[in-house]
Design a protein around this ligand. Structure first.
Ligand SMILES: [Zn+2]
Length: 314
């Protein structure tokens, strides 16, 4: 089945492998050849920033140099065209589905360095989605944490301005990895739908990276989406059965309009039965065989994600 995946770390993996592009990366979990073979309609590629000390040690780069190196791989792979222009035509049925559209994202907004002007700059460089934090505090806010004092902290004043500016510039706001306090601040300040690109349900697996039922309901009311994360540590046990549990719960609490896919491939090292593009493509069919209606299955596979990008990245 055609599908859209809201998160992978293949770009960082490609840089690590010394590749020039992502057309064929046999050592990675994904590459364009396998995405096309699996019928992917869209894939979000994150520039995942390792902690600064690790960035220096492993890549000998600062944040800006690292972003440029990843963006170069992205543009070597896909050219410089801005893909989401085609969203509206496809959603409204006026055009055939594009063969494939890529989306560039930042995983960790720390590179914004507290400067609102950087949002327009990165938008012009092709970034259409920003995951506000990773696992460390940054200029935007605080990460999710098992430490309640960190978990309850909200966005910084710059984080609030940044959400507003991202709304204005058509850059999607991503709350995956964000603290609970930050989540509620995004809800308070974002005028547009926002997403959790790669998070599951906390009621199914109690992990700070996952979303509470109240959060799922809030995302649903705001027209946002939630991408199911395949990483065994985040889903609980890994595997399609466990993801079905998360999907059923999210569907029950937030409805069928919020479910999407956010595999996190190339972002985890644990071994998992779900570790390739064809596994992402097979998951909606497995859900359908387990009782998901045709409509709910298609929405989860790609329609919700298309609707979201059409709403946000205009
Ligand atoms: Zn992540």
């Amino acid at each position: 089945m055609r599908y859209i995946d809201l998160h992978c770390d293949t770009l960082t993996r490609a840089l690590e492998l010394g590749a020039r592009d992502m057309l064929s990366l046999p050592e990675a979990m994904l590459d364009v050849r396998r995405l096309r073979a699996a019928g992917a309609l869209g894939q979000v590629f994150a520039v995942y920033f390792p902690p600064r000390s690790e960035l220096r040690r492993r890549f000998g780069m600062d944040d800006e140099a690292f972003f440029c190196a990843c963006a170069k791989i992205y543009h070597n792979t896909f050219g410089r065209s801005r893909s989401p222009r085609g969203f509206a035509h496809f959603v409204s049925g006026r055009a055939d589905p594009p063969a494939f559209f890529p989306v560039l994202s930042l995983e960790d907004g720390r590179i914004l360095s507290g400067k609102p002007g950087n949002i327009a700059r990165f938008r012009d460089l092709g970034v259409q989605l920003i995951t506000l934090t990773w696992n460390e505090p940054n200029c935007l806010g605080f990460p999710c944490s098992s430490d309640a004092r960190i978990m309850e902290r909200g966005l910084t004043p710059f984080g609030i301005d940044a959400v507003w500016e991202m709304n204005r510039r058509g850059v999607a706001v991503d709350v995956s990895h964000l603290s609970d306090g930050g989540f509620w601040d995004v809800l308070r300040h974002s005028e547009r739908p926002f997403l959790a690109s790669h998070s599951n349900a906390r009621a199914v697996h109690k992990h700070p990276r996952n979303l509470t039922d109240d959060m799922l309901r809030a995302i649903a009311r705001r027209g946002g989406i939630v991408g199911l994360n395949f990483a065994p540590s985040i889903s609980g046990t890994g595997g399609s059965e466990q993801l079905l549990r998360h999907a059923r719960h999210i569907l029950r609490v937030g409805g069928e309009d919020i479910l999407a896919l956010g595999s996190d491939l190339d972002g985890f090292q644990e071994s998992s039965e779900l570790c390739s593009a064809r596994h992402i493509a097979a998951l909606p069919e497995y859900f359908h065989g387990s009782g998901f209606s045709c409509d709910a299955t298609e929405k989860l596979a790609y329609r919700n994600a298309l609707r979201f990008f059409e709403d946000v990245c205009d």
